[in-house]
Every structure is written in C-alpha cells, then in structure tokens.
Design a protein around this ligand. Structure first.
Ligand SMILES: Nc1ncnc2c1ncn2[C@@H]1O[C@H](COP(=O)(O)OP(=O)(O)OP(=O)(O)O)[C@@H](O)[C@H]1O
Length: 248
C-alpha cells in the first residue's frame, strides 16, 4: 500500500485581513503526480508555503511523512523549485554545474566539504532532466525552459522523495511544454519521485499527470486526471469565477 506523504487536515490561512485558504484537506500519496490548478490569487503559492513549513496554518494541521510540520526534520526529502527560478539574465555569473551543486548545501550545510562523488551526482541530476551537455554553460545563457530543468536538477541532487514545483511551465514555449511534462513523468515513473506542481494554466495540464486538485480558496475537486476530464466547462468556470479554457 502506498504511504501518505502529505496530509493537510482542515487547514485555513489568512494574511492579516485576507482569508486565502479555507478548510483545505488534501492527501498526497507516494507516487502521485499531482497538478494543483487555480487562477491567479487562488492561494496556490500560499498552499505550497504551508506545505514547506514556511507559513503556519491558523487552524488545522499539515503532516509530512506522518509527522507534524513542527516535528518533521528531514527537509531534504522535499525538493522545491520556486516560481521565479528561471529568470536569470545572461550576465549572471554562475555555471550550470555551480547552480546544481548549490542544491547540496541544504543537505550537507553551508561550510561543510562537498562529498567526493559530487561531480557524478551533478551529472546524474542533469542527465535525469536531459541537460548534461550544458554542464559548463553560464545559467543566464539558457532559455527559460532550460533554466527550469537546471533548477529541477538542483532540487534532485539531494535525492528528495517529493518534488514541489511552483508554476514550472511559465517561460516555456508551448511546443516544449509536452516534452517538459514527459521529463517529469519519467522522474515520477522511473525514479519514483512524487511530484506536486501548481499552475494557473488549465491548458498545460498534461495527460502525463495522475491527479488534479482544483483550488480557489478551498479545494473544489481532487481526483484522478481522468475524472477531472469529465468535469464540465461550466462547472470549472463557476469554481474559478471566470471563463477558463479546458482542452483535453
Ligand atoms: N505576504 C502577503 N501578504 C498579504 N497578502 C498576500 C501575501 N501573499 C499573498 N497574498 C494574497 O493572498 C492571495 C493568494 O496569493 P497566492 O500568491 O497564494 O496566490 P496564487 O494562486 O499563487 O497566485 P498567482 O497565480 O498569481 O501566483 C492573493 O490575494 C494575494 O494578494
């Protein structure tokens, strides 16, 4: 039986006067490839910050690997790629290799020595996102989609069990979105990474995803991608308060 890795129980959150999330209950099982879908301002990034322990719920509880966020210490089990990570300008002075290596500091600490096999770890992480040939390239000279892959490699180098991606397809051309999802699906299937991504773009929810959650302050739907495909356009527009395009 698969293990519940993330369990949000009745979580509510507000910033000063703005209620952002109301009674969120959401379970993520080992092996899930989940897209959390919601319009701008629906609380997606806030929900991720609660999962990462960067914010505390006003009410309710977040459990990670069966422990409360307060008692959970294996932070390296969760890899996170933030929304703006693929926004380097061409003069940024770091190579792909350096960026990926920096992902190890969370695991080993800032002033500790890098492990002996660090170079093979960097190559392995880059290979799993199809970017090994860019090792010595300056990060700022890569396209948005290529930078996004490098940042996923940076998260992968500490061998997390869960990968959390905030709007990963922003900055990727439409033609390359499918191959990006193929790469994520490979990580999910072949390396057993549980993947959670958030996106505002209904169009980019690929068939490679196993589960979908629809968020707008609260969770309106959480189930298999196949069930999501049966939800009507009108229902989705109602949840989101405006017209959204849904392509199967
Ligand atoms: N630090 C903050 N202080 C006050 N309000 C905030 C803060 N961060 C976010 N908000 C508000 O909370 C709501 C949810 O924001 P959040 O960033 O979680 O949404 P989102 O779904 O990720 O949006 P987007 O798709 O635009 O990134 C928005 O109304 C936003 O203005």
């Amino acid at each position: 039986m698969s293990q519940t890795l993330i369990d949000m129980k009745n979580v509510s959150f507000q910033y000063e006067y703005t209620q952002v999330l109301k009674n969120i209950s959401l379970k993520v099982e080992e092996g899930d490839f989940l897209a959390i879908l919601g319009p701008n301002g629906s609380g997606k990034s806030t929900l991720l910050k609660l999962l990462l322990g960067l914010l505390k719920p006003m009410t309710g509880e977040v459990q990670l690997f069966g422990q409360t966020n307060e008692t959970f210490h294996n932070r390296e089990w969760i890899g996170y790629v933030s929304q703006k990570s693929n926004a380097f300008n061409s003069g940024f002075p770091a190579t792909v290799e350096e960026v990926v290596k920096s992902g190890l500091t969370k695991k080993i600490g800032l002033f500790k020595r890098m492990p002996k096999d660090v170079n093979s770890k960097v190559i392995a992480a880059l290979s799993s996102v199809g970017m090994e040939q860019f090792l010595t390239r300056n990060i700022g000279q890569l396209s948005g989609g290529q930078q996004q892959r490098v940042f996923i490699a940076r998260a992968l180098i500490s061998d997390p069990k869960v990968l959390i991606l905030d709007e990963p397809t922003v900055g990727i051309d439409h033609e390359n979105v499918q191959s990006f999802y193929d790469m994520l699906a490979k990580l999910n299937e072949e390396q057993n990474k549980t993947i959670i991504l958030v996106t505002h773009d209904v169009d980019t929810v690929s068939n490679r995803i196993s589960h979908v959650a629809c968020l707008n302050q609260t969770i309106h739907f959480h189930g298999f991608k196949k069930e999501f495909d049966t939800i009507s356009q009108t229902q989705l527009d109602n949840w989101y308060g405006h017209s959204v395009r849904k392509i199967h």
